[in-house]
Design a protein around this ligand. Structure first.
Ligand code: ZN
Ligand code: ZN
Length: 429
């Protein structure tokens, strides 16, 4: 095994004082901080030659770093060794009796995979193994910042755009017949030809509290997360908490369709390994045709439908199937679009003469506004075309607020058309 020193982690209690030494007195450069929400920690990297120092600052009292400094004071926290194949490295260590903290590598910062080795096996030092991602950095416009929650008042209702982080999908598959020379200007690809997409579920607060779609969720294996470049630093748990909405507050969960990037968060695995509905009080509403397709897959759609995301809902008795376009709660109506899947539906939300549309995979990103920009994933692309043309016309005529579930930078806007070219006008406070 070849291992290279990547960085040395130092737990700090007083960031200002630490910077006065490492940055000011030593004169080291400091990079923009990185927030690891799940660990409640902010990391400040200072390059020192090939390796870096990492100053770790707790962002909450229950952060592991806060607990560490409370117990042992500030100081050396871990060292990180970079390896080519983290799974092979873990297997080799395990075979030699080393005590591993993370049996499975998990996603770390910048799309890396990481795993910790227990200090008892490393002579008192916490050792982190890291396998860097082979993917390049994308346009800096896409950052966790673009997944800040946004609130849109709509008559008597409130819409809250939350997120479940980012996913990477093949750029060619995302744009169907459109050549890469055209789409890569809109959505730069990484070295594996993947583009970054957001997952933006929507909370509707009105007579009841509804959640539309729930992102990919946190049940998937490290391998799955690596294939799809999943980055859940801005997960549904985190962003719902920021929005002040608890899982118990959700009365209704509505599915546009059951693909894993929309339905993954519907269930979670409890400590005993059992799959349970994530929202304990909610009724889950799914279109019957979509349910039938998701539970009777074929070779062309099988990879998108993972039974763990929805079958437990039926088992828990919280599933409600809807046969046709219907009002789900006052002001919220589903409308079948077809195209992407036979029974894919969008959601139209109306209150006091104002209308918004959550279009899901009918127009996944603002790059998909032109008619022929249709996903290769779509099972019935010509139906997508018809539904999109009809919807875009309506959206322009009625000045609909359009919410884009997968756009990496734009949560919502108004569709405008000038000389046959469509663009998005931003939402003003
Ligand atoms: Zn889909
Ligand atoms: Zn999707």
């Amino acid at each position: 095994m070849k291992a290279i020193l990547d960085h040395v982690g130092i737990a700090v209690k007083d960031l200002g004082a630490a910077l006065a030494f490492y940055r000011d007195a030593l004169g080291l450069e400091i990079e923009a901080p990185e927030e690891v929400a799940s660990q409640r920690v902010r990391a400040h990297f200072l390059p020192v030659g090939e390796a870096k120092l990492e100053l770790l600052e707790a962002t909450a009292p229950d952060s592991p770093i806060a607990k560490y400094t409370e117990k042992r004071g500030a100081g050396l926290h871990h060292i990180t060794l970079r390896v080519d194949d983290i799974s092979a490295a873990l297997a080799q260590l395990k075979a030699r009796g080393a005590r591993i903290i993370d049996e499975q590598p998990r996603p770390g910062a910048e799309h890396s995979l990481v795993a910790f080795i227990h200090p008892s096996s490393a002579h008192g030092v916490l050792v982190e193994l890291k396998q860097s991602s082979t993917i390049s950095h994308q346009s800096s416009a896409i950052s966790h910042q673009t997944l800040a929650i946004s609130r849109y008042p709509l008559g008597d209702l409130e819409l809250i755009s939350v997120s479940d982080g980012f996913i990477r999908l093949d750029g060619g598959a995302m744009f169907g017949i459109v050549p890469k020379v055209l789409w890569e200007k809109q959505a730069p690809a990484d070295l594996s030809n993947r583009i970054t997409l957001a997952m933006r579920p929507l909370i509707v607060r009105g007579a009841r509290t509804m959640l539309i779609d729930a992102g990919v969720g946190g049940k998937d294996s490290a391998k799955f997360q690596e294939i799809y470049g999943i980055d859940r630093a801005r997960s549904l748990e985190v962003t719902m908490a920021e929005a002040g909405v608890a899982p118990e507050d959700i009365d209704i969960v509505l599915a546009t369709h059951l693909h894993f990037d929309h339905a993954g968060g519907f269930t979670y695995r409890d400590a005993g390994g059992r799959l349970r509905p994530t929202f304990p009080r909610a009724q889950y509403i799914v279109r019957r045709g979509e349910w039938e397709d998701a539970t009777h897959t074929h070779a062309r759609n099988r990879a998108s439908y993972l039974a763990d995301n929805f079958v437990p809902l039926a088992e828990a008795g919280v599933l409600q199937l809807v046969d046709e376009d219907a009002t789900i709660m006052p002001g919220v109506r589903v409308r079948r679009t077809g195209g992407h899947t036979m029974h894919h539906q969008m959601v139209v939300i109306e209150s006091k003469g104002k209308t918004a549309a959550y279009v899901a995979d009918l127009i996944p990103t603002t790059a998909h506004l032109p008619d022929p920009w249709i996903m290769g994933f779509d099972l019935y692309p010509v139906d997508t075309l018809t539904a999109k043309q009809r919807f875009v016309k309506e959206a322009i005529e009625r000045d609909l607020l359009v919410l884009f579930e997968h756009d990496p930078t734009i949560a919502a806007g108004y569709i405008r058309e000038q000389a046959g070219k469509r663009h998005i006008a931003p939402v003003h406070g």
